[in-house]
Design a protein around this ligand. Structure first.
Ligand code: NDP
Length: 447
């Protein structure tokens, strides 16, 4: 797919000129603009209202200093971010990422994608994202706690249950959300649903931990079935070994697939007998160790340094669940050459534009992240509902709602792709469906 529409090319130019050195943000915007070409050609109101010029500019960008004391008593300083991108359809909502690669451009790409993702869920949530360049690897529990407290000591003044509701993302799980919530409560003297992904004892939702991975598999299964296939009997490769990857593995296996590989940022394991998920959970969730430890449980499996090689393993279905741009053109070609016919994205923007071209050239089924991984934020939305009514729903009730939401998202992507003349292009369908709701709300609310 190419961006040829003059008006949208002009917008892309503005984005690149006004936001230099933010390649991930440029990439995320370009993908959406490409999909919107038939929309603006058919509906001039989206040009006349200046809605796209407004969408690409965050409503508010917050950057702040996060000083904290390490275990040796030395002062460390990190940078914190919260991008409140768009509140047309609800309070800002989106995760916090703690990773040394975090910078303004990364948080902006994630916040921009979140607008469309949240819209697709049909729940009333605007788009936002935040995080820090803090590297939690090798830090003690006390250091993590002090960092989270310092981070929230600034962030608290910008968020609230009806304003902006952060959640987890890479390296921000139940432990970090607990420390962030505790500090918010202490500073504001309120007990509110200001964060999602909370512990079950203090307002968390059952099935939130599983939601992104399970939701990814529900979306994938819908996409497979619409094309006469299913997970049953298929060989699957999953990158990552974190929250999304673990629960994607669990659900794909429950749906009859065999997951043969997973990775962390050091390397990947290949277990032709099927990855032993209990061992992965023990290594990653309990011990917080490296994936190479898997060989202690299964010496017959293989471990390879580096992550890229995971995409050379023959499989039917690939579920990237680690990080952005993890599948480049070369890896996509390797997947296609080895028989992979379906890529469905758990991580945000895991495929480079070159990789996406390869999927389409090879007529592979392609489930884009903002639709396929929307299950996490959808259950976060359900956590907000439970907090508002001060009730907790059963796992089964939340999971059933999640299944319904993911089916609805798939149907919507399929229908919008068809309506705008791109049948089977779920990427375009997701971008268009997500855009229409937000754009119409923005137009209705005036500038
Ligand atoms: P986690 O921190 O739980 O896990 C991330 C996993 O990816 C880890 O195994 C990590 O390895 C690996 N990883 C990170 N960076 C790289 C890299 N550069 N190369 C290879 N592997 C890497 O995060 P999540 O599972 O929560 O998030 C994974 C992806 O899913 C992210 O893109 C996130 O934005 C997206 N997502 C998450 C949602 C959620 O609900 N959690 C919701 C929607 C999307 P290591 O431990 O070595 O760093």
């Amino acid at each position: 797919m190419k961006l040829t529409n003059e008006y949208l090319l002009g917008i892309q130019k503005i984005v690149e000129q006004k936001n230099p050195a933010e390649p991930e943000f440029h990439q995320a915007v370009k993908e959406v603009l490409m999909s919107l070409q038939p929309v603006v050609e058919k509906n001039p109101k989206y040009i006349e209202s200046g809605v796209i010029e407004r969408l690409i500019e965050p409503e508010r960008q917050i950057m702040f200093r996060v000083p904290w004391l390490d275990d040796s008593g030395k002062i460390q300083v990190n940078r914190g971010f919260r991008i409140q991108f768009n509140s047309a359809i609800g309070p800002y909502k989106g995760g916090l990422r703690f990773h040394p690669t975090v910078n303004l451009g990364v948080i902006k790409f994630l916040g921009f994608e979140q607008i469309f993702k949240n819209s697709l869920t049909t729940l009333p949530m605007g788009g936002g994202k935040g995080g820090s360049d803090f590297n939690p690897k090798g830090k003690s529990d006390g250091e993590i706690q002090r960092f989270c407290q310092s981070f929230m000591t600034e962030l608290y003044r910008h968020i609230g249950p009806d304003t902006d509701v952060p959640a987890g993302d890479i390296n921000v799980g139940a432990r970090e959300i607990g420390y962030l919530f505790g500090q918010y409560k202490r500073i504001t003297n309120t007990f509110t649903g200001v964060l999602t992904g909370k512990g079950l004892q203090f307002g968390g939702s059952l099935a939130r931990t599983e939601a992104t991975g399970y939701g990814l598999c529900y979306f994938t299964e819908n996409m497979l079935q619409a094309n006469g296939k299913s997970f049953e009997g298929q060989t699957v490769v999953i990158s990552g070994a974190g929250n999304v990857a673990i629960y994607a593995n669990e659900k794909a296996t429950a749906l009859g697939a065999k997951v043969v590989a997973m990775c962390d940022s050091n390397g990947y394991i290949y277990d032709k007998n099927g990855v032993d998920l209990a061992a992965i959970k023990q290594i990653k969730e309990v011990e917080r160790k490296r994936i190479t430890e898997y060989l202690k449980y299964h010496p017959e499996a293989e471990y390879h340094e580096g992550c890229k090689g995971i995409w050379t393993i023959p499989c039917d279905i690939a579920l990237p669940c680690a990080t952005q741009n993890e599948i480049d053109e070369e890896s996509a070609k390797a997947l296609a050459a080895n028989g992979c016919y379906c890529v469905c994205e758990g991580s945000n923007m895991p495929s480079t534009p070159g990789a996406i071209d390869v999927y389409f050239e090879n007529k592979m089924l392609y489930g884009p992240a903002k639709a396929a991984n929307a299950g996490g934020v959808a259950v976060s939305g359900l956590e907000m509902s439970q907090n508002s009514e001060r009730l907790s729903w059963s796992f089964e009730k939340v999971d059933k709602k999640l299944q319904g939401i993911m089916k609805n998202i798939f149907d919507n992507c399929e229908a919008r792709a068809e309506e705008y003349g791109m049948p089977g292009n779920y990427m375009a369908g997701a971008n268009i469906a997500g855009f229409l709701k937000v754009a119409d709300a923005m137009i209705a609310q005036g500038i």
